[in-house]
Design a protein around this ligand. Sequence first.
Ligand code: NAI
Length: 398
Amino acid sequence: MESKPVLRGNVLMTVNPMGLKQEIQNQIDYVKSQGHYEGPKKVLVLGASSSYGLATRITTAFGAGADTIGVSYDKGPRSEKNLGTPGWYNNVFFRQAAEKEGLVAKNFVGDAFSQALKDDVVHYIKEEFGGKVDLVVYSLATGRRTDPETGETYHSAIKSIGQEVVGPNINLQKEELYEEVLEPASEEEIEATVKVMGGEDWYGWIKLLKEADVLAEGVQTVIYSYLGSDLNRSYYQDGTLGRAKADCDEKAEWINQELEYLGGKAQVVVATAVTTKASAVIPFFPIYCIALYKVMAERGTHETPIMHQDRIYRDMVYGNQAAYDDKGRLRPDLWELDPEVQAQTEALIKEITPDNFKTDLTAYDLLWHEFLNLNGFDVDGDDAQEAVSLDDLKALEA
Ligand code: NAI
């Protein structure tokens, strides 16, 4: 069975399972090459099956030796045409690798917003995971959320606020540059985006875990945010996603109050721009990325999710190199926001045209390679092309 990349717009529809297995191994190898660090021991990652959440799980497990619980929304293989989502395989291959090293790795595949899944996770922590967690990471990225209390479903809208934004974007399916027009969001769309991508559900999880008495003394909890710069302010920080991220800042304060009695801490981690399923569909963002990556790669500061997350936990959250801003947010994104990096990125963006965006002028090739890697294609070291059948894949256990 051979799988090839098939795209719909900026979404990769197909998956190469054995490439994902190799990609997980590559990330584990990266973390191991950095050595062991003293970190968390019992970790819950919400949104654990891809990019930032997966990288968090890998660094805490293979860097700090943590047992982990991963929650994600994924689908397994159904037919040769529908092999499921990459996250489903990431869960399986992560678990296999972790268990080989004697680590507990439990996967919950379902809706993290639902009460039923929350209850299942609490039950598992109490009965089988030693009773407490010492790190809770919130790394969900999604377009919809059903509030279990009201039954209402919210759909996020990645839009600007108060102004139309016009600019070049990349269609990865056609490998073409086109002019995108982003209409400003309505009040309802702003509110819905905050409901889906803001901090309410993070707060809900922590309250529930606290009430169930499954948070360890000194527990830490982290949520990932993005601020960006003036180059993407109009469609990110000043847009609907920016509102959602501001809501996370507020909820971090609430959570810090909840955790005071345990000496616990909630942190918003402002992470760097990376190639993920979620970021590929942010309007204009791919243009910013191919310019930014070019500049940062030349300076030796470009990072993939595993490099970034490993640095965050090893050096910052559990190390002594943490840099905070005046709102108490952790700022591993300072390499991206370096004024020289931003000035060079801005100059490069101005040079980009439909004819040259795929040339060496930009880091288009790097973005494309990282994008394909997300679904197991073009993975470094995946040369053997291990033959697998649909039955082999169906026999895998989540
Ligand atoms: P992603 O799309 O790669 O991963 C999202 C994860 O959430 C997946 O594991 C998915 O299965 C899970 N998920 C989605 N809906 C779910 C549900 N209802 N129940 C359970 N699991 C669900 O996203 P990415 O890019 O890793 O984003 C994670 C966080 O990092 C987001 O908050 C994002 O805003 C933030 N971030 C991303 C940056 C980027 O450049 N990609 C930069 C800075 C922050």
